[in-house]
Design a protein around this ligand. Sequence first.
Ligand SMILES: Cc1cc2nc3c(=O)[nH]c(=O)nc-3n(C[C@H](O)[C@H](O)[C@H](O)COP(=O)(O)O)c2cc1C
Length: 296
Amino acid sequence: MLKINRSQRHGGFMKHNLLLAALLSSLSVGCYAADAVSGATPNHAAPGSQIKNVDAVTSASIVPQKLRISAKATGFTDSKAKKVLFVVGDPRFDQSLEGFLVNTAANFFLKKGYEVEIRDLYKIRFNPVITPENFYHAKDGFGQTPDDIKPEQALVSKADYIIFCYPNWHDSPNAITKGYMERVFSKKFAYQDTPKGLEGLLKGKGIYTIMNAGWLGGGQGNVGDGIGKLDAVWDKYLGAYKVVDDDTAGFWGAKNLGRFVNDQSPSNLNPQYQQKLQKLASVLDARLERDFFRNK
Ligand SMILES: Cc1cc2nc3c(=O)[nH]c(=O)nc-3n(C[C@H](O)[C@H](O)[C@H](O)COP(=O)(O)O)c2cc1C
């Protein structure tokens, strides 16, 4: 079952990859409007180019402009309000379904009266790479905290919940998000040595993940949230993520509150796109309600 369906992974990413590459090769970078078919933005394709509708040939999600939502992050104050830190690694935050999920979740918490901070890692040009110079800080907590890491650790310290948000690229946090984990959650900040072994230092905090996916067997949410078709496959994947998430959160002394994985993206040209998007938002809201408030 797994083998047969693996070709569907990446939402047909592989299948369309060659076609897309061929079409794009005749264009200069950035000369097409990503959501041209949706009619949400004008098509700026270069004269003579063959591609007028990249959303017809890519499996990357493209939310039409008129359906995109935003969230007005409050930032963190010294008030007693609960604080949620969104760490977002998505180069297409403004137009992707991942971005839509992030903003939906941010609005969910804002409506609850929580404070929200959104770190858009591409926008702040976060450097995710451990180098020879900063290796011993990340690994052993030696030396000064690098200047670019100090504000991130301050936000993590204030947050009650940290939500990592990224599209699924090769089954793991994508590089920029993973690098945030590697550099920000350094030793002596997130964990330390004790005579009894390692101790997590982020006690009382909850860790969560929001991940849009191309193909993981169907489903919206976590283990047990399949859609009744390939639930064994879905549960196997989500079970594997749970093992890793529990371990990472536990290492830092925090609690893994789970994941929302979306593997039910409407295709860009689906005439029911708007309804499906609304359904997706309401399922995410329900899963957040369950994972943050009912499963406590
Ligand atoms: C480099 C790369 C690797 C990918 N690997 C996977 C994968 O391992 N599993 C999967 O389900 N989807 C994979 N995908 C597909 C993306 O997850 C999918 O296109 C994405 O979730 C679409 O969401 P977005 O448009 O919100 O970014 C990959 C995409 C890229 C660009």
